[in-house]
Design a protein around this ligand. Structure first.
Ligand SMILES: Nc1ccn([C@@H]2O[C@H](COP(=O)(O)OP(=O)(O)OP(=O)(O)O)[C@@H](O)[C@H]2O)c(=O)n1
Ligand SMILES: C[C@](O)(CO)[C@H](O)COP(=O)(O)O
Length: 261
């Protein structure tokens, strides 16, 4: 496995790959219920986005973090993040996002400094991803994989259905298949990419007008290989109210046992 040392720690004099994390944080969080934009809601008294930024900066490989803020909230987010300074080895940029996650990520990619070769894309809504998960994604990209996703096996059986369009919520839907569960993985973030591959994927998918629910899906549409590495249970996405309760519990345990702030 490739090491994940920072640029400045390269003893051989050969150019070190520079790694940036793009954090899309421009969503509203409709499924979480009414309130501030999801990334700005408190988790253990600290905005969820701050946890996500710290999780990326905790990896020694990451030297640049680009936060993609709500379209009209970049200044507010910058002022907020300035209250939670990172160590000097991490540069922080804040840019305005777009109407979809895909558009927000694309705007984050546009802001990357030229020297960056490896890009992580990490949901602000996954505030508790451990540093070792981040490191293993970076290492796999530095080892030559153009696209890497952390993922876990599924606990539930999955059914494919014929969705009822325009029907009432809760109306029965016909089942059309049961994919073999052992072949499925639930995909998390950060997803890691060779920068040129990810930029090309975003350009191509935007031109075709198609979408994807994750960045690796866009790379798949290019025909480039995508590999999976083990994810982590604590990298779950805060999507619904119950997720926030779980996140509070995980954070409280970390604070009690690991000295996490
Ligand atoms: N226009 C958007 C939509 C989403 N996101 C980000 O993409 C991540 C994953 O999206 P999700 O969990 O679906 O967040 P929301 O879109 O905010 O949630 P919801 O669909 O419930 O409104 C989040 O960090 C969210 O802020 C973004 O940057 N720009
Ligand atoms: C990118 C992602 O987190 C991978 O599981 C997921 O696809 C985001 O989905 P969302 O509906 O935009 O939260």
């Amino acid at each position: 496995m490739s090491d994940v040392s920072p640029d400045s720690a390269n003893p051989s004099g050969t150019p070190r790959l520079r790694t940036a994390a793009v954090i899309p944080a421009a969503g509203r969080g409709v499924r979480l219920g009414p309130g501030a934009p999801k990334a700005l809601r408190a988790l253990g008294g600290t905005p969820m986005l701050v946890h996500a930024v710290r999780a990326m900066a905790a990896s020694r490989a990451v030297s640049v973090v680009v936060v993609v803020a709500p379209p009209d909230g970049a200044t507010e987010v910058r002022n907020l993040l300035d209250q939670y300074p990172l160590s000097e080895r991490t540069d922080l940029l804040v840019v305005p996002g777009g109407d979809t996650r895909q558009e927000s990520v694309r705007r984050g990619l546009d802001a990357l400094p030229e020297a960056v070769d490896v890009v992580l894309v990490h949901d602000a809504a996954r505030p508790l991803v451990p540093a070792e998960t981040v490191d293993s994604v970076v290492a796999a990209v530095r080892d030559g994989a153009p696209a890497v996703v952390p993922a876990l096996p599924l606990a539930d059986t999955v059914k494919q259905v014929e969705p009822r369009t325009g029907g009432r919520t809760g109306e029965p839907e016909p089942v059309v298949g049961t994919p073999e569960r052992a072949l499925l993985r639930a995909v998390q973030t950060p997803q890691g990419f060779d920068r040129a591959t990810l930029v090309k994927a975003h350009e191509t998918v935007a031109l075709q007008g198609d979408g994807a629910t994750d960045d690796a899906g866009m790379v798949e549409q290019l025909g480039a290989p995508v590999v999976v590495v083990p994810g982590h249970e604590e990298a779950f996405k805060v999507t619904r109210p119950l997720d926030l309760i779980l996140a509070e519990a995980v954070l409280a345990r970390r604070r009690a046992t690991d000295g996490y702030v």
